[in-house]
Design a protein around this ligand. Sequence first.
Ligand code: HEC
Ligand code: HEC
Ligand code: HEC
Ligand code: HEC
Ligand code: HEC
Ligand code: HEC
Length: 369
Amino acid sequence: MSKVKIGFSALVMLIMMSIFAAMASAEEFTPTPSNPAPGINVGTIDNNGQVNQHKTHGNFQNNTNSCGNCHSTHNGDSATLLKFEETEADMCLTCHDGTLGFYNVLGQGSGAGTFNTTHESASMHNVGTVEIGSAPGALDNTSTEELQCSSCHNPHGSTNDRLLKTTVAGVTYTTTPIKLQLTEDPAFAAINSSSTNSGLKITKSVGPAGSTDKVNYANFCSTCHDTYDTGSGKETALGHYSHTTNSSSAGRNCASCHYAHGTDITLLKDAAGKTIADYTKSVADGGEGWTEETAINYMKDVSAGGSALKKYTNMSVCWTCHTSSHPLDTPMPAQVGDPNAGTGELWNYVWSSRYNKYIPTFNEKANIR
Ligand code: HEC
Ligand code: HEC
Ligand code: HEC
Ligand code: HEC
Ligand code: HEC
Ligand code: HEC
């Protein structure tokens, strides 16, 4: 019985993947679990003789052919025997450009954002063109190595989700594995049900899962941006003050405000959590019925510094928290000791016993992680 089941789901998967392949590239190629990309073959029988799709990254079996996806024994293009056109990223993109159907880092559906350069308000980690030590906020990080996909990911496997490295730019920032909040991608139910636990599962991410993961994720980003890892009210080693970036609560970690790969106008949200797609949808479909042009002009990032991998356009992320349900032109009821009490100032303060000072009110229920 179970053999029939595998056969059927494999068939469904074949059909599904060929649809995606047809959409992604003009060339005729039908990915299968054992042949996920052109010229690339991984196995389907594991060390115990069971049907179990090998992973491309890690979970290497004793009959593996996975190394050949990325390495050439005698004809490599780098000292690490990699096969690529110009940079290592090209090699990663032979699969992660939509070819596989899933984990398309040039698309719009990834929890890491996008590396797509073609839309307005785009910004990203410019892999292959910059030095790691050029990261804003870098002080201890003086690395002259090129920023690459493998600066952040370990293509051979990792205890962290999404193959995140545990040592970045020479710093081991955590010994506790980072767990992301992953759910199986329903679009790939056939693959997910045809593989065993150690095999291939296609998942969607919404970022770091628990409190420790959020802090460790901030520590991960801060291996390169080392002085940006900070709490409120503390002067950094570069002599600046920063918003809290390493808190596990109330959405004050890097992942609350930034994507890891990059952003563009199709991903940017406003303080209401809405995107261009929400505004252009017809009113009948729950949208606002705006024209594409109106929505783009509204969502455009006009910051002098660019869109900086942000999840929210401009400085709107600030307004997701530092506001309340009160309409803006209605002064909020005076708080005891509020420096703005009675002045009609819109900005409101509350006393924080934790910080022993007045802090701007913020909305604990803001829809931000
Ligand atoms: C998905 C692509 C990919 C696969 C599959 C892969 N590697 Fe690598 N490998 C890389 C990259 C990228 C580097 C360079 C990493 C760096 O510079 O940090 C690398 C580096 C290496 C190195 C140099 C030491 C190091 O870790 O930096 C060795 C050895 C190596 N790989 C062996 C293997 C073997 C053996 C296999 C198969 C079991 C394999 N690789 C599979 C991408 C891959
Ligand atoms: C041969 C095609 C191929 C190449 C080349 C490739 N990948 Fe992948 N990648 C896959 C497949 C297939 C998956 C799905 C899970 C698996 O097989 O490990 C995946 C999954 C991933 C994931 C998600 C892992 C998870 O389990 O959540 C990351 C991150 C990733 N790849 C990064 C990279 C990076 C970085 C490179 C370049 C060094 C690269 N990939 C090169 C095929 C490829
Ligand atoms: C600055 C660090 C960094 C760099 C550089 C980077 N990544 Fe990632 N990547 C991440 C992080 C962090 C995540 C997990 C984000 C999340 O889900 O919250 C991720 C997620 C992914 C995923 C899973 C996407 C999904 O749909 O959930 C893939 C695939 C991937 N990266 C491939 C790549 C490739 C290919 C490159 C180079 C072109 C690259 N990454 C460069 C940090 C990086
Ligand atoms: C391996 C080192 C490294 C890690 C890890 C890293 N970054 Fe960066 N980051 C850089 C470098 C180098 C630059 C500057 C070059 C560039 O713009 O691509 C940069 C630039 C940025 C920028 C500014 C981009 C712009 O358009 O001005 C932001 C925002 C950013 N990183 C956020 C993050 C976040 C969030 C994380 C964690 C998910 C992270 N970084 C992890 C190296 C890193
Ligand atoms: C509360 C939201 C928020 C958090 C949390 C946050 N950032 Fe930012 N970040 C922003 C905004 C907004 C900008 C752009 C405007 C500005 O710089 O004032 C920005 C800009 C940046 C830049 C571009 C250079 C610069 O300073 O303008 C880098 C790099 C960066 N952030 C990295 C990080 C890292 C790394 C973390 C976590 C340690 C982090 N950010 C946490 C909101 C945030
Ligand atoms: C996820 C909710 C959230 C977001 C988003 C947010 N803040 Fe805050 N902010 C807080 C909290 C909570 C405090 C109280 C101090 C602390 O715990 O960091 C605070 C404190 C402050 C302070 C007082 C100084 C300090 O560090 O204590 C200022 C000023 C401030 N925020 C401005 C901003 C700006 C500007 C943005 C947009 C870049 C922003 N906030 C985004 C929650 C948020």
